[in-house]
Structures are given as structure tokens and as C-alpha cells.
Design a protein around this ligand. Sequence first.
Ligand code: TXA
Ligand code: MG
Length: 401
Amino acid sequence: MKYNTKIKKPQYQNGFKVKKRKSNKIDPDLINKLKKDSAVKEAAHLLKKGELVALATETVYGLAADALNPAAVKKIFAAKGRPQDNPLIVHIAKKDDLKRLVSRVPERAKTLIDKFWPGPLTIIFSKKESVPKVTSAGLETIAVRMPAHPLILAVIAESGLLLAAPSANTSGFPSPTKAEHVYHDLQGEIPLILDGGPCQFGVESTVIDLRGQIPKVLRPGGISREKISNFLGEEVFLAGTEAEVKMKSKNKRSEKNSAEEEVPVGEEQKKAIAPGMKYRHYAPQQQVFVFNLTDKLSVLQKAIIKAKTKKIALIAARETEIEIPLERKDNIKEYRVFNHDQPQELAQRLFDLLRKIDADSEIEEIYIEELTAVGIGEAVMNRVFKAAAAENNFQPGGGNN
Ligand code: TXA
Ligand code: MG
């Protein structure tokens, strides 16, 4: 125990509902009020001293350090038990601050920044020399986003820093969407947690790489690929899927104007994805299974049979009809937390549920209903499959830890 970890709730809690964004404006009055809050001031002070602070963003809680201070950034890896080769996202509070990290902003990136910042979109850029290697895990690129939550925006503004922040969980655990989740994982490891209430999105930001010929999403997240694609007027690929690999090799061939070239798909796929995909992710202790009422009915049937002797948890849409024999009811704990047409409800609750179920020592297996992987459903299913295939080394679409 290095610290007596405190949780502090800044005063302007009621202002934290991030408004449904018609325009991506932030409320400067709220940020100014927050900058004067004593907890925000304390956070800024700690960060300037090179300490870590966990705090709310609109996606998940982040574990922040001064992105330009290598000694501070190193503490993030230690506190989370994060592998050294997994780079961090740098958070900025005004678009102009991008200049401090990168020298060139590609046209497509400018377009997306105008539309989606502040918000859950992380963009990969070639980094300036001055950005410490530890922050980018030795890569020549740096991931940057401008979050929409007023709390982190106020802390960045008050400290004058840029904040490197991964999700504030112990590596391999589900990302934290409430202050208490952070406390559970990092108690004793950090001095302060700023409580900004439950996170609005509940899944992490979309990570996109726009440097090549084809825009590609390295990790699906809060802003859907469809939205980005509609806005850019071109297809946006999910890294590591066959479609992306084929497109890439087609482009390569036409570039070189050369004869057909063999692409070792597996290798290409692995290189394409966010480094974080290599690790174990989002996994509660219990085994996770995915069921689908149309083509994987047997998974659910087997679950119901297993419930004769085992306690299981069932996460299903409200409208999904599941017939559970009376004698099995005691062994099946049902969570009905979303409607099929509202995957954002499951997104918002998923990590909290996985943590709750994880803490229930009686439950031995978890069954989650499959959603169509469109809109935010793509990010939800990416996280669900990660939890279900936690031992697998490779999953298309990346992930994080
Ligand atoms: O919503 C979010 O993105 C949250 C909040 C706190 O902002 N942060 C977050 O960070 O999820 P983290 O570290 O848990 O996930 C970052 C992901 C990892 O998969 C990492 O490998 C990838 O982004 N990443 C970071 N820098 C990268 C880079 N230069 N190139 C490719 N992938 C990168
Ligand atoms: Mg993470």
C-alpha cells in the first residue's frame, strides 16, 4: 500500500450529464466552475508533481499522468500492471494542443476532429520527437483524443498538462465505468480518484488510423464505424478483418503496378491491430459464453441443462423470450438490461455487470446474448467476444487492456 487512496466528488456533479451532442460544444462556464473546485485543484497539483490521478471521462475512467513526463508515465504501467509495449492515449482539452504532440494533421483527421471532438474518437498520428518514448511504448506514432467529460477537461485546463491515460483498471480486468471500480482495482496504488459519476458510453473510444490509404479502425468504440464512414463518404475498415487485409494488398499492388503478390494474412492482420489486442481482456474470472437465439440456440440449451448443478448468470435483451424450467430458476440469475434496438444500454452497463457477476462467488459461468455488430453494437460485441475468448491471442478488431 503506497497511498491512502481518496475518492473525491467535485461539486458540480449535476452538470456532468454530457448533453446529447447536436454540436460538439463544451460548456465553458461549467469548466470554469470546475477549475475552482478543490478536488480538481488537488488533482491538477498531484499531476504536476508527477503523481497519478484516476478520473471520469465520458467513455470509461482513465488513469492519468503528465504525458510529457516519462517518470510519471512509467507509474501508470506499474500501477496497472500494464505490459510496456502497449502505448497510451494522450488526452487534450483544446484542439490547438494537438500541435504539442504532432507536426502533421492529415486532411481526413482534420475532418473527423471538426465533427467528433470532443468525444470518444482517438486518432493515431506520427508523433513529434519530444513526445517521450514511454508514452508511445516506443512507437513513432501517438494516439490522441479530446474527451467530452467536463471533469477531465477541467483537470487538463487547470493543470496545463496533456494527460496520458489508459483505462483505470488493473490490466486484464473490465474497464472501470464507476469510481468504485477504480477503487477496487487500484486502491493503495494511487493517491486520488475523481468521481464524475457513471460513464455515459461505458465502452472505450474508437481508435482510428488515418495515415494510410484506407482509414481503419484499430479498436471499435463509442463512435461507430458507420458514422465515421458516412461522414467521410468512404468505407472505413475494421483492422484485422479479411476485408481490410484484401483492400490493403489491392492498394499495394496498384501502387507498385506490379504482379499479384501473396499476402500472409495472419501476419498482416496481427500487425494491423492496436498493440493492446495481444493481451487478455475484459475478463471476469468466470468463463463467458455468447448465445444467439437464432443459430446458437444450443449454447443456451446447454446452459439451462448445466444450471441443474451450476449457478449461471444470463445477460439477455429484455424482449428475448427464454423458457427456464421452474426447477432451474434458482440457479439462473437473469439480467435484462437492454433492448435489441438499444445496444448503448448494454454498452453502458456491460463492464459494471461483468464486475458485479465476478464478485458473486456462487456464479460459475456467464452467458451473454449476441447483438448485431452494427453501431455501438460492434464495440459491445468486440468486448464480449474478448471476454469470451480471453485465452485466445488473436481477435479481429483489436481491443485494449
Ligand atoms: O476511451 C478510452 O479510449 C479510454 C479513456 C480513458 O480515454 N482509454 C483507453 O485507453 O481505453 P487504453 O490504454 O485502455 O486503450 C488504448 C488502446 C490500446 O489498445 C492501445 O494499444 C491503443 O489504444 N493504442 C494506443 N496508442 C496507439 C498507437 N500509437 N498505435 C496503435 N494503437 C495504439
Ligand atoms: Mg484499457
